[in-house]
Ligand binder design. Sequence first.
Ligand code: HEM
Ligand SMILES: *[C@@H]1O[C@H](CO)[C@@H](O)[C@H](O)[C@H]1NC(C)=O
Length: 369
Amino acid sequence: MAFFKNAICLAILVILIGNSSAQLSTGFYSTSCPNLFSTVKSAVQSAISKEARMGASLLRLFFHDCFVNGCDGSILLDDTSSFTGEKNANPNRNSATGFDVVDNIKSAVENVCPGVVSCADILAITARDSVVTLGGPTWNVKLGRRDSRTASQAAANNGIPPPTSNLNALISRFSALGLSSRDLVALSGLFSLPALLTFILLVFKLLDEGLQRSIRSGKDPGISFCKLTRYIYSFANPAGSHTIGQARCTSFRARIYNETNLDSSFARLRQRNCPRASGSGDNNLAPLDLQTPTNFDNDYFKNLVTQRGLLHSDQQLFSGGSTNSIVSTYANNPNNFQSDFASAMIKMGDISPLTGSNGEIRKNCRRIN
Ligand code: HEM
Ligand SMILES: *[C@@H]1O[C@H](CO)[C@@H](O)[C@H](O)[C@H]1NC(C)=O
């Protein structure tokens, strides 16, 4: 049985590793733009020192870029006469901010190495530097992405899960992304793609149930392939990013007035600045992490355990389902969370990049060349 499970994990790993674009590398600009990292870092630090929330907003831009046709800088494009972009899609309208900060960072980079570094890569470095500046873990950012020449509002509406999502919806959105690789497409020449996807979803479910069982029974599930796969799996979660930043009343109103799986004094506290009637106070803000919205720590998970998750989708991660034990682990073990988070960010950054002669290096992140 253990052998069987290990074999499944190995198979999934091979697919995921095959997927993780071999073309990206941490040293991609080491000769063409040696001052890239220091330039981005000081621009990020100065933006955050002006406005502490900016770190959260920049991290979220990278997530919203990667979940929509891959990490290709598409979220940064303004609408044009030939396409309607992502900035005004439902998950971003009146919500995503930081575009002017990205413009400043891009200008600083263009000053030191003109025409070399993509906007997609700038977002990836910016996300890392934001997390580090707020006290979170660091990781080596893989680079070499190119910028898209188009953007799609519909893809953004479909690609980014809404805060009303339940656990299954969150998990399947991830599975779809983690496995939509070139290798998989190559494989689909042998199998039909829908059948293959169904099979993989099933394997994920079995794997997860197996893991949960061994965790419950106190046995170490710790076969290394399975552990590795769990790292990859972990970015299905809003994965602790909601330890920083703010949400609008309209994103959590239904939860604080209508749901029962939340702490009642927490509900009353949030109701004070978020009126029941829709249309009033829609844009009033509340911190996603009750205690420390500008520190990248594990309080978010502690809050979930005490039913003080702000969004419906947050509390879904600790509501008796398959992710309960992961939340408990992170609530009790900040180091475990921080290292899983770093691995998950690297995996997220690998989603379908444009490389080689695809796409372009935009001069201005807001428009194609
Ligand atoms: C997977 C399911 C997720 C859902 C349903 C979700 C949903 C949301 C919502 C509704 C908001 C508040 C937006 C508003 O009211 O204006 C928000 C904020 C935020 N999200 Fe997520 N999110 C998810 C995953 C993630 C991930 C994976 C990341 C980062 C890797 C992330 C980073 C953030 C950050 C940093 C903020 C605060 C932004 C700010 O203060 O400007 N989220 N998210
Ligand atoms: C609470 O649920 C009721 C019944 O479904 C609905 O009519 C009402 O609009 C909801 N209230 C909020 C604030 O979402």
